[in-house]
Design a protein around this ligand. Structure first.
Ligand code: HEC
Length: 342
């Protein structure tokens, strides 16, 4: 009896503590206080946090590595100093640069919380901050590679019915003793709570055994399709699916078209349903990052580039700084969904 009694109590305490810590966390993010969005260095497996002694102080000149010793030599002469100027394509590897990279990878949302929260309505449906917090509290500080969120009442999305009590496999990773899933970043601005996504949601994972973060390993079961389908306005993601709004039956709302005539907008419910159904077809660990009106998600790839030079799977390693690392990353800022959705 003793144990039966103490379990709910300890769970309740965990929950209360988590709720308090979460609120402190939200405030902390704004004030840049405790609960760092970037995992504790000791809680990650990484090569970046312990850079090879030779990496620090070296330069990368358009993919050509200049060691600290060579750099010191070059600094002796005017011509050498010129070579190591940023204007000539030289990037110095400093602790600050490495820290900036980690911070951006784990914490930078590029403002996508506005799109995700205000437009898509992510985490406003059955998977929301309350159900998610409860699920994390129930872990009692243990890590998971698949945060399971229980459905608290029957609902239907994209033609599929989810029964009360069903465990939703979000695939979200929660590091040991963390109050938030990896890659989700809450913030409060003008009293409004929003949640944004960082690169770490898909491009980092938790090691099930130790609960530590594997930097650059793909989250291979994150069900972004399910999470987005359960959002309140998934229709905003139509370009990531094959749902063409011009082919959705018209609804009651009208607009003035390019010919100055009154025309009807697609039926909002029908559009939402069609997009939900399309998103539910995405396999866990897959995401469609291109807004091409073609529903073709692809697997979250690993972010490792070390020793790929001079090839890489698409040849990216042959050009650019850091043996193609910057070339690879620019994909993200060019045509991928990050440009619009992030
Ligand atoms: C919702 C999941 C998700 C998030 C968040 C995400 N990515 Fe990706 N990323 C993918 C998928 C899926 C692909 C493969 C599809 C593609 O290349 O278009 C990809 C591809 C990439 C690639 C190309 C890899 C290769 O081998 O070609 C890079 C680099 C990358 N992402 C970096 C980032 C960065 C940097 C961020 C944060 C700004 C980020 N990703 C956020 C899912 C994600």
């Amino acid at each position: 009896m003793q144990t039966v009694k103490s379990i709910p109590r300890s769970l309740w305490i965990t929950f209360l503590l988590s709720a308090v810590a979460l609120v402190v966390g939200f405030l902390g993010y704004r004030l840049e206080l405790a609960l760092p969005a970037t995992p504790d260095i000791n809680n990650t497996y990484t090569s970046l946090t312990q850079p090879a002694p030779t990496a620090l102080g070296s330069y990368d000149v358009l993919g050509h590595v200049v060691s600290p010793q060579e750099a010191a030599q070059l600094q002796q002469e005017e011509a050498g100093r010129e070579q190591l100027l940023p204007e000539n394509g030289a990037v110095k590897v400093t602790e600050e640069l490495l820290r900036l990279g980690r911070r951006t990878f784990y914490s930078e949302t590029f403002g996508n919380e506005v799109f995700q929260t205000d437009v898509v309505g992510a985490l406003k449906g059955p998977i929301n901050l309350v159900t998610m917090t409860k699920a994390i509290a129930a872990l009692g500080g243990k890590p998971t590679t698949n945060l399971q969120v229980p459905v608290d009442e029957d609902f239907t999305v994209g033609g599929r019915t989810f029964k009360e009590g069903t465990m939703l496999n979000t695939g979200l990773d929660v590091p040991a003793r963390s109050l938030l899933p990896l890659g989700l970043r809450p913030s409060i601005a003008q009293g409004k709570l929003r949640v944004g996504i960082t690169c770490a949601a898909c491009h980092a994972a938790v090691d099930n055994r130790t609960g530590r973060v594997l930097e650059g390993a793909p989250n291979n079961d994150l069900d972004s399709g399910l999470i987005l389908a359960l959002a309140t306005n998934s229709a905003a993601m139509f370009r990531q699916t094959s749902v063409n709004p011009t082919q959705v039956p018209p609804g009651e709302h009208t607009y003035i078209n390019a010919d100055g005539k009154s025309a009807r907008l697609p039926d909002a419910k029908a559009l939402e349903n069609a997009v939900d159904a399309a998103l539910l077809t995405w396999p866990p660990g897959n995401f469609d990052s291109s807004g091409t009106l073609v529903n073709n998600p692809s697997q979250n790839p690993p972010s490792y580039t070390f020793e790929n030079y001079p090839y890489g799977w698409s040849g990216f390693s042959s050009v650019g700084w850091f043996h193609g690392l910057t070339t690879l990353n620019n994909n993200v800022h060019a045509t991928n969904s990050y440009q619009s959705a992030f």
